[in-house]
Write a protein that binds this ligand. Structure first.
Ligand SMILES: Nc1nc2c(ncn2[C@@H]2O[C@H](COP(=O)(O)OP(=O)(O)O)[C@@H](O)[C@H]2O)c(=O)[nH]1
Ligand SMILES: [Mg+2]
Length: 261
């Protein structure tokens, strides 16, 4: 089966799956791990191994966002089909991290949903503590905070640290009572059923501010758990730049007052 036939097959499976039933697994997984992938050849197999080692009932949903460095081939040849928990969806052209997450939300079949970058900045074993918070039925949203273990996370550039502080403070000012310590964290966990109801538009790095504002405006508290984090450098493939914070900042304002939420 070629890459495109495989992609069509995957999408057919997703269309045929009624409601939120999983197309392969017999029972609904606890956690959908959504992995947006754009040119992450150096870390893809290692992050895959680390995700597989998490002692939770997972489904792992890779969305290749038009990679051209061989990540797509690794996904197809060395990851897809090797484990019933794994599904791969392909974007023909690069659309942005937010777009890749939105594709994952459409396909997600788990009770809970988390975003996992295809790099090694975060520690997948932290899912366990994040998921535990959902033992309380009223909890809808849990963020892993990089700033609760240490004030300045490992290897985080000063400009990025400052951008993170500004985005978090802005959120807390725009939504009094939000009380969060890390708005832009990748480890955002939601009840999937609730997440699928949120109207989302962001295609790029504005996914974080959009979802943060919208869940808060929908009246959900954001609970937090301390997590490990070690930033990668641009040379190691980090793509977000501190200038992306301008977009994130204006997205926070826009989605604080948008009509739909
Ligand atoms: N930068 C970027 N990342 C993308 C895109 N599509 C998917 N991704 C993935 O989204 C994540 C972005 O990670 P990174 O550059 O480290 O930014 P971070 O959000 O600061 O961790 C990686 O897993 C990328 O492979 C895209 O169009 N641009
Ligand atoms: Mg990352």
């Amino acid at each position: 089966m070629g890459i495109h036939e495989f992609a069509t097959w995957q999408i057919q499976c997703a269309v045929e799956q009624s409601g939120s039933e999983h197309p392969i697994l017999a029972k609904k997984p606890l956690l959908t791990v959504a992995v947006p992938v754009f040119n992450e050849l150096a870390t893809l197999l290692e992050i895959h191994k680390r995700i597989l080692s998490v002692p939770l009932d997972l489904e792992i949903l890779y969305v290749d966002d038009g990679s051209t460095d061989g990540s797509r081939e690794v996904l197809m040849e060395q990851i897809a089909g090797t484990d019933a928990r794994v599904r791969v969806v392909l974007h023909d052209v690069n659309q942005g991290k937010g777009a890749a997450i939105m594709t994952a939300i459409e396909h997600a079949a788990g009770e809970l949903f988390i975003v996992q970058d295809a790099d090694l900045e975060y520690e997948p074993l932290d899912y366990v503590r994040l998921v535990e918070v959902f033992n309380k039925p009223a909890v809808q949203v849990v963020y892993g905070s990089r700033f609760l273990k240490r004030r300045h996370p490992e290897n985080m550039k000063l400009t990025n640290w400052l951008a993170n502080r500004i985005l978090t403070i802005t959120t807390n000012v725009l939504v009094p009572g939000a009380g969060i310590s890390d708005e832009a964290t990748c480890y955002k966990v939601f009840r999937t059923q609730m997440l699928k109801l949120v109207p989302l538009h962001a295609r790029r790095f504005d996914f974080c501010p959009e979802i943060t504002m919208k869940v808060l405006r929908r009246g959900h508290a954001i609970h937090e758990v301390p997590i490990s984090y070690s930033a990668r450098t641009e040379a190691q493939g980090k793509k977000i730049k501190w200038t992306d914070a301008f977009d994130a900042f204006s997205a926070l304002l826009r989605y604080r007052f948008s009509r739909d939420y």
